[in-house]
Design a protein around this ligand. Structure first.
Ligand SMILES: *Cc1c(COP(=O)(O)O)cnc(C)c1O
Length: 389
């Protein structure tokens, strides 16, 4: 284990060490994500303790590796899927249809029909046209209307693309009911990687107001879906998952009282810290001889798993076998022939001056949103390899 890892808290260290030992003991032909299923299970249990009566529906898109889904089935998790393929992955892992929700607000009609045919009853929507599709292909479906939330403080906000305004949601409740759909409740997403529980406050306030207005309008809502947003540690110390979840639920209780049913859809918070990527430096160069900055090109980039470096939003912790050596500023880029494939340039990384082609780098907390974001073969680079241990 290298010096940087020793700097982490004992708690984080425990959860990453199996992954790091596995990486240290093996050579890989190409960039490889190693995920520790034990760490995922431990995180699931921590979140479950903190979330109390809220049901967990794992957001499958974060990492759909079969071994992870199977482990989560064993732990008692439910699942939130976004397409027929994700639903089929959950079924193949042993999840019953009753434990799967279809939470994407943008669904293909044939996917809705498929979900309905196998017994999935819970769907999300934020538009009339989507409700029409649901009424046609999943008659009698249970619906959560997704609200758009303002002023997300998340590192990876999801706010603008999804949801509708409170006024619109209230209209859609009538529209859905008139089409024989069961409006069960409201959903929202506070924004991915919402670092502090207090950042939920204003969102919960906005949603609670709509909840009250819905009741006043005669809609008996009984399901609150608080979505994802549970953060992972990317190097800095974070509140333990259980405490974070408990702090969120305390606020939910204050705003919503005794709602009949609550569900949460963690993705990143459940799997990110359980994985690390073993990658390699392909080239280190300077644009001119006295350039202060070096460019280090890795064998993994924006199109092969590290899409969340876009806008330098997620800053992964990166370690090398030379971390005891003197460091200097380094721009990091991927291997593809696309100039957008630069990972970190505005805020360069401090990396060892001796870094060179062939050196291994380990990219930490990579269990979420990496394998699913890898392209199928841009420039002939293969998708990210995944090993679940
Ligand atoms: C992606 C997604 C999630 C998971 O979000 P995280 O921030 O990774 O926890 C949850 N719910 C929905 C509807 C999503 O699209």
């Amino acid at each position: 284990m290298n010096a940087n890892v020793a700097g982490l808290t004992a708690r984080n260290c425990e959860t990453v060490s199996r992954t790091l030992s596995f990486i240290a003991a093996n050579r890989f032909e190409r960039p490889t994500l190693v995920v520790d299923a034990e760490a995922v299970a431990a995180k699931y249990q921590a979140l479950a303790r903190g979330l109390g009566r809220a049901r967990i529906h794992y957001a499958v898109k974060a990492n759909p590796a079969a071994a992870i889904l199977e482990r989560l089935v064993q732990e008692g998790s439910n699942f939130d899927a976004a397409s027929r393929t994700e639903i089929e992955l959950c079924l193949a892992a042993g999840a019953a249809a009753s434990r799967i929700t279809f939470g994407n607000t943008i669904k293909r009609p044939s996917d809705i029909a498929f979900a309905h045919s196998i017994g999935i009853t819970h769907f999300a929507a934020d538009a009339r046209e989507e409700l029409d599709k649901l009424a046609a292909h999943a008659p009698g479906a249970r619906i959560c209307l997704r609200l758009i939330v303002e002023a997300s403080e998340a590192d990876w906000p999801l706010s603008r693309k999804f949801g509708c305004t409170p006024e619109k949601a209230l209209k859609l409740m009538d529209y859905a009911a008139a089409r024989g759909l069961l409006v069960e409740g409201l959903s929202f997403h506070v924004g991915s990687q919402t670092r502090e529980p207090q950042m939920w406050q204003s969102t919960l306030q906005q949603v609670a107001q709509v909840w009250r207005q819905a009741h006043e309008a005669g809609h008996k809502l009984n399901l609150l879906n608080i979505g994802g947003g549970f953060p992972a540690s990317y190097g800095s110390d974070m509140m333990p998952a259980e405490d974070y979840a408990r702090a969120v639920m305390t606020q939910v209780g204050a705003h919503f009282g005794d709602v009949a049913e609550i569900m949460a859809e963690p993705g990143r918070g459940l799997v990110a810290e359980a994985g690390a990527i073993a990658a390699e430096v392909l080239l280190v160069s300077r644009k001119h001889d006295d350039d202060l900055h070096r460019w280090a090109y890795l064998d993994i980039g924006m199109f092969s798993g590290l899409a969340e470096t876009m806008g330098e939003a997620i800053r992964y912790r990166i370690t090398t076998d030379r971390d005891h050596e003197t460091t200097g500023p380094c721009i990091l880029a991927g291997p593809s022939c696309d100039s957008a494939d630069v990972l970190y340039e505005r805020k360069p990384y401090q990396l060892p001056l001796g870094l060179k082609g062939g050196d291994r780098v380990v990219i930490h907390s990579c269990g979420a949103y990496t394998s699913t974001y890898a392209s199928v073969g841009f420039n002939g680079f293969p998708p990210l390899d995944v090993i679940v241990i």
